[in-house]
Design a protein around this ligand. Structure first.
Ligand SMILES: *[C@@H]1O[C@H](CO)[C@@H](O)[C@H](O)[C@H]1NC(C)=O
Ligand SMILES: *[C@@H]1O[C@H](CO)[C@@H](O)[C@H](O)[C@H]1NC(C)=O
Length: 210
């Protein structure tokens, strides 16, 4: 059957369909040995993220559509190193989460996963499409498992707000962060390990003030 033979021959020459158009940065990342990470919580602040992941480099701010930001704890836990709820994202049509897209060397994939306690099951990595002013980028991000809502400590909130300020997130979004209620915890926390904001903390007590 000549027709069948032709089809088979043609099939041998047909190239696999090229992947859907990818963002130029994505295309570079594999070969260059880095990955893109979308941060929306304490990792908005460079000095916090770089504690464990020194290669983190700011790329752009971005918007994740159809998710909302929430603060909470994992499973039955009622405390953690921040002494309050930490940020996570929840699927929520119509909402949006603003954050920072970082590039990290591939060697820091494991340190980032460790910071998010992926092995213990606290957060799960997921891939999300983040809108920027120069196209949509696929990024790694993290979502808490078995989440229950819990207000953040003032210290955690302060780091989130400082990070939002550091990267110029939209004013309205910063206002919504500043409006988050805290649990009024006072005492040691991870905040004490972040050198550059120690002075700010001493000078201005209120969370989110710069
Ligand atoms: C924007 O995207 C184009 C490719 O689409 C790239 O060449 C350019 O460098 C990007 N600009 C910025 C500021 O990221
Ligand atoms: C924290 O303090 C503020 C101001 O004193 C108060 O209005 C709020 O109820 C307190 N929140 C908690 C969880 O104790």
């Amino acid at each position: 059957d000549v027709a069948l033979l032709l089809i088979i021959i043609l099939a041998l020459f047909v190239q696999p369909t090229p992947p859907a158009h990818q963002h130029w940065l994505q295309e570079m990342s594999g070969a260059a040995g880095f990955f893109l990470y979308f941060a929306f919580g304490s990792n908005l602040l460079k000095e916090r993220l770089q504690l464990a992941n020194p290669s983190a480099t700011f790329y752009k701010t971005g918007r994740l559509k159809d998710y909302k930001l929430n603060f909470g704890l994992w499973k039955e836990h009622i405390d953690n190193a921040w002494h309050g709820g930490v940020a996570t994202i929840e699927s929520y049509p119509g909402a949006e989460v603003w954050g920072v897209i970082w590039t990290l060397n591939n060697e820091h994939l494991s340190s980032l996963d460790d910071q998010e306690a992926v092995k213990a099951g606290v957060y799960s990595p997921l891939e999300v499409s983040v809108e920027t002013d120069n196209g949509t980028v696929l990024c790694r991000t993290y979502q808490m498992n078995n989440f229950h809502a819990c207000p953040p400590s003032p210290q955690y909130k302060q780091v989130v707000c400082l990070g939002a300020e550091q990267h110029g997130l939209p004013v309205e979004y910063k206002k919504s962060l500043e409006a988050v209620q805290t649990n009024n915890y006072s005492g040691p926390s991870i905040l004490d390990q972040i050198p550059t904001i120690t002075n700010l903390r001493l000078n201005k007590r209120g969370a989110c003030s710069l």
